[in-house]
Design a protein around this ligand. Structure first.
Ligand SMILES: NC(=O)c1ccc[n+]([C@@H]2O[C@H](COP(=O)([O-])OP(=O)(O)OC[C@H]3O[C@@H](n4cnc5c(N)ncnc54)[C@H](OP(=O)(O)O)[C@@H]3O)[C@@H](O)[C@H]2O)c1
Length: 250
């Protein structure tokens, strides 16, 4: 995709990978809008980067998604890129039964929001000469980590959805990308990482954003990002072995 002159919406853009991406894309000469639930974080980021546009939105709520769509399309008629990046990750012990699923809903935030926001924006994006949807899944979509089971299931859902979306939109002006980052140091999984003592494992958000920008520039539609590149040629058996190794280690 072209890397300058776009108008880009990044969900969950006030921290981590989304923020690093927002900073790069802003620097490259794009109009960038970020959204998230915490207004104070958005304002803080805007104070550092006055060129950024901000909007409070909870992508897991239909009304909030519709209000975001209305506000963005009314105020930024040139919008041509949607980056579905917002996400959460929870360590869930399924032996605790239904109680374990109380609280923040990964299915709504990670999967439902990606599907519904894509669908909301498709007709608008299709009217643009060149447009893009980027969905952020995870390496865990391919080789899951059993301690975060719902997260992995939602990311596998994003992976499958994005493949189908790319196929269906192949005769439109919309290019569809998927990003499958490896472990990135961010707020996302800090609680779990503290518990298992791996707080320093992973790459920095800036390095992840640079790999995403490079992949987008080269029209690499599945940006596997470092650790996962050789999974493209892996057999089912290789993937199973990696699953055993990852889960045995942690
Ligand atoms: N870190 C990793 O190791 C890693 C690896 C692979 C994939 N990923 C994926 O990369 C994406 C970004 O994660 P990150 O690592 O950068 O973590 P992060 O810093 O925690 O970023 C997640 C962002 O999503 C926003 N968000 C969460 N729930 C939301 C909601 N309901 N509505 C709107 N915004 C919401 C958060 O802001 P608010 O809380 O203010 O809403 C936050 O800014 C996620 O999809 C994650 O699954 C991360």
């Amino acid at each position: 995709m072209k890397m300058e002159g776009n108008t880009i919406l990044i969900t969950g853009g006030a921290t981590g990978i989304g923020l690093a991406l927002a900073e790069s894309l802003l620097e490259m000469g794009n109009e960038v809008i970020i959204c998230g639930r915490r207004e104070d974080r958005l304002i803080e980021v805007q104070n550092t980067h006055p060129g950024l546009h901000i909007r409070v939105c909870d992508v897991s709520e239909e009304e909030s998604r519709r209000s975001l769509f209305k506000w963005v399309t009314e105020n930024f008629s040139d919008l041509n890129v949607l980056i579905n990046n917002a996400g959460i990750q929870r360590a869930i012990d399924l032996k605790k039964g239904i109680k374990a699923l109380e609280g923040e809903n990964e299915i709504k935030i990670n999967l439902e929001a990606t599907i519904y926001l894509s669908a909301l924006f498709i007709p608008f994006l299709e009217s643009k000469e060149e447009s893009t949807i980027v969905n952020v899944s995870s390496g865990l979509a391919i080789t899951p980590l059993a301690a975060v089971p719902i997260y992995c299931a939602t990311k596998a859902g994003v992976h499958t959805f994005t493949k189908c979306l790319r196929f269906q939109l192949s005769d439109t002006s919309i290019k569809v990308f998927e990003v499958l980052p490896p472990i990135v140091i961010s707020e996302l999984n800090m609680e779990y990482r503290k518990k298992v003592g791996t707080t320093n494992t992973g790459i920095k958000a800036g390095k992840c954003a640079a790999a995403i920008v490079d992949g987008l520039k080269k029209d690499k539609f599945e940006i596997e990002n470092l650790a996962l590149d050789n999974l493209k040629t892996a057999t089912m058996e290789d993937v199973d072995k990696l699953f055993e190794k990852m889960n045995g280690r942690w």
